[in-house]
Design a protein around this ligand. Structure first.
Ligand code: ZN
Ligand code: ZN
Length: 411
């Protein structure tokens, strides 16, 4: 029997390098992972350069590649994808930014880049949306709160470019920067001018807003400034269901990953209690995925916590979280009629505390797969597997072929 559905389980940053804290082994090698190992034993394994050998991926470019959208064509910056992730429908040509609410002192210096980790910013964002007027530039905007102190801004109008700098000085105790064009062309100059005007008007609204007056009276840092970065222009994404003939959903706590999903036309599924962190509701994600697979051909689930441990350099914490993932995925062991792909989007070695270009382990499991000799799901064992070394953009075509749905090339 041929499977009809595909599940992509992307374990964000789970891949690593030998860790001194783990006697020279990787967290995946050390962690007890009976479920991941069963998939490896029964499936076909390999290692994968998500984008290409030696290319250090961001989570965004990596997920684009995994979904088969060449990041070199589709990626101009994180902003538009973050905008999608906060629920703004981005049309091709719109310019998107990631934003932060921040605190700026009376003397004009950034004193807190996260505005006291404010979390309920809906009223502030609504006031900005209502009060800021960019019509003299012929520009409309959408400003939305994201999780915590985060927000996003989308601009729509004629003659806008996306090559502009950020106003985030990236440190506290200095004044916010003026946004400048990074290319000396009218479109980029116009966007820079629009952004500076947006920030000027938003600051005036925020400084007198009752939410901030209340915060100040309580001794909290007011959210009186908007820092913006990650400018990008929304591209035209060929819809996922037209590209592959599959209907699909995405399950991810991170707005960036959810935004990539909706940008390519996947349905975003919200799950209660998912945080993108160590305390996330992993079983909730897995059961939501199983539910989605009842009506969808394709589901992508992103589990983020291991990446966080890698960035913090905490090998033991990463190992413990991998074991938590392993128990959460137990219900997938009995799934039928489904090709399961398990991989990372990139390595986040604890010794590097950032993403590296080391290839990541990958396994494809399900009906029709030619099982190899790999017994364990880790970076070293998977390198011995039947997939050998592939790129991220090959995963979906391989999975599609296992559904017997790939198009024949030639006669
Ligand atoms: Zn990632
Ligand atoms: Zn990361």
């Amino acid at each position: 029997m041929t499977a009809h559905r595909i599940l992509f389980l992307v374990l964000d940053g789970i891949s690593d390098r030998p860790c001194p804290d783990l006697a020279g082994k990787t967290p995946l090698q050390v962690a007890k992972t009976p479920n991941l190992d069963s998939f490896a034993r029964e499936g076909v394994c390999g290692v994968m350069d998500t984008i290409g050998p030696g290319i250090r991926p961001g989570s965004d470019t990596a997920h684009l590649a995994l979904l088969g959208y060449d990041p070199y064509t589709y990626y101009t910056g994180r902003g538009p994808l973050e905008c999608e992730g906060t629920g703004i429908h981005m049309e091709p040509g719109m310019i998107g930014f990631r934003c932060n609410y921040a605190t700026v002192s009376n003397r004009g210096k950034v004193t807190d880049r996260r505005a006291g980790r404010i979390h309920d910013t809906q009223d502030l964002s609504a006031a900005i949306q209502k009060g800021v007027d960019l019509s003299r530039f012929g520009v409309e905007f959408i400003f939305r709160s994201g999780a915590g102190h985060r927000a996003s801004l989308a601009l729509r109008g004629k003659g806008l470019g996306h090559c502009v700098s950020s106003n985030d000085p990236k440190k506290e105790g200095v004044a916010p920067l003026t946004i400048v064009p990074l290319k000396d062309e009218p479109a980029h100059r116009k966007t820079a001018e629009v952004c500076n005007e947006f920030v000027r008007q938003a600051t005036a609204i925020l400084s007198s807003h009752p939410v901030n007056q209340k915060r100040e009276s309580e001794g909290k840092n007011p959210a009186n400034f908007v820092l913006m970065r990650g400018a990008g222009e929304m591209g035209h994404f060929e819809p996922f269901n037209e590209k592959y003939g599959l209907s699909g959903s995405v399950i991810a706590a991170a707005s960036l990953i959810g935004g990539i999903g909706t940008a390519v036309g996947l349905q975003r599924v919200h799950v209660i209690g998912i945080t993108g962190s160590q305390d996330s509701n992993l079983s909730g994600k897995i059961s939501a995925a199983l539910d989605e697979l009842k009506s969808r051909d394709f589901v992508l689930v992103n589990i983020k916590g291991a990446d966080e441990s890698g960035h913090d350099g905490l090998a033991l914490q990463k190992t413990a979280f991998i074991e938590k993932i392993d128990s959460a995925i137990a219900p997938l062991r009995t799934i039928e009629d489904c090709i399961i792909v398990i991989c990372a989007d990139h390595s986040t070695p604890c010794t590097v505390k950032d993403h590296s270009a080391d290839p990541v382990p990958a396994v494809i499991w399900g009906e029709g797969v030619r099982t190899d000799c790999v017994q364990q799901f880790d970076e070293i064992s998977c390198a011995e597997g039947g997939l050998c070394r592939i790129t991220g953009s090959s995963l979906l075509p391989i999975a599609l072929d296992l559904l017997n749905r790939s198009r024949k090339y030639g006669a």
